[in-house]
Design a protein around this ligand. Sequence first.
Ligand code: ATP
Ligand code: MG
Ligand code: FE
Length: 351
Amino acid sequence: MTVLGIETSCDETAAAVVRGPAEKQILSNVVRSQIDDHTAFGGVVPEIAARAHIKVLDGIIAEALSRADCGWDDIDAVAATAGPGLIGGVIVGFMTAKAIAMASGKPIIAVNHLEGHALTARLTDDLPFPFLLLLVSGGHSQFLLVRGVGDYERLGTTIDDAIGEAFDKTAKLLGLPYPGGPAVEHMALAGDAGRFKLPRPLLDRPGLDMSFAGLKTALRTQAKKLEPIDDQTIADLCAGFQKAVADVLAARTKAALQLFGERHPDVPPTLVVAGGVAANQEIRTSLQAATAAAQADFIAPPMALCTDNAAMIAWAGIERLVLGPVDDMALPPRPRWPLDATKAAVLGAGK
Ligand code: ATP
Ligand code: MG
Ligand code: FE
């Protein structure tokens, strides 16, 4: 089947056409980032995001169809992010999808944005359930046990800032541009990670939860002491911060893989990493080392599919559709929609 996907939950307006489940073919994948609209404000402004989605979404959908060489007749269903995310943007994308579905008589599939991230590795690789997912983005930092479509268990999460958010805030306080992740990574290349002693929050406690707000505060305190800070100090702080995050993730990954082994002793373990923070080379290397030490496989989908995109939404739609008919026309857009509640929502209990 061929599915049109639409994604508008944050600061990317995206549409894609994907064919599957057997073909696993991305016929088109159009993403328009709004970074330029938000840079002046040092972060995503929800109102600006929603307006920008309205302005460009029709054109992005038309482009996705044309690049895929598809007309409406070639599309079997429309899948759109129905949450979680910035509600203005979600409304724009999901309502557009409903309108298309109604006008064309195609089914609509309400996709949980996190489920899109969670299932991407099954589009790019032959990956059976269950597997372990580490989602690290601007809005989320969590370990998920992915047992099947709509069957997720959150094993651990950040209790305060998401990692991408911590990178963005750290960049801001050091005077680096938005988005902070790439800027901090670039500065860290010239830095000495050992110069400042920064905490590894929560690591002294069992479980898989994480915390990054204290790390950012510790960095702020160090930076304040040395004001005005020179470029070398900024580089050293960036390197120290990045190393602390990588260490925390590596330690929690080891514990998560151990838990996975206890739950599924007969399944060869695989760690899939998704989200914008997965672009960070030091974090990738440290995750790779942690998985190798636990004799687990490591999958990081290509960057363009790790960050927000609509191919992952179309693919999640296909995975849903394969399981049977869906009718999500009555579902409202949701600003919050925990992944472990997807099953209930799909069955109609969560409405
Ligand atoms: P979500 O998907 O949770 O709704 P989002 O749309 O903000 O949130 P993504 O687009 O997946 O998430 O990722 C953006 C985040 O990734 C930003 O916080 C950005 O700073 C971070 N990021 C991007 N590149 C890097 C990098 N090289 N190192 C660290 N962080 C990075
Ligand atoms: Mg984004
Ligand atoms: Fe995302």
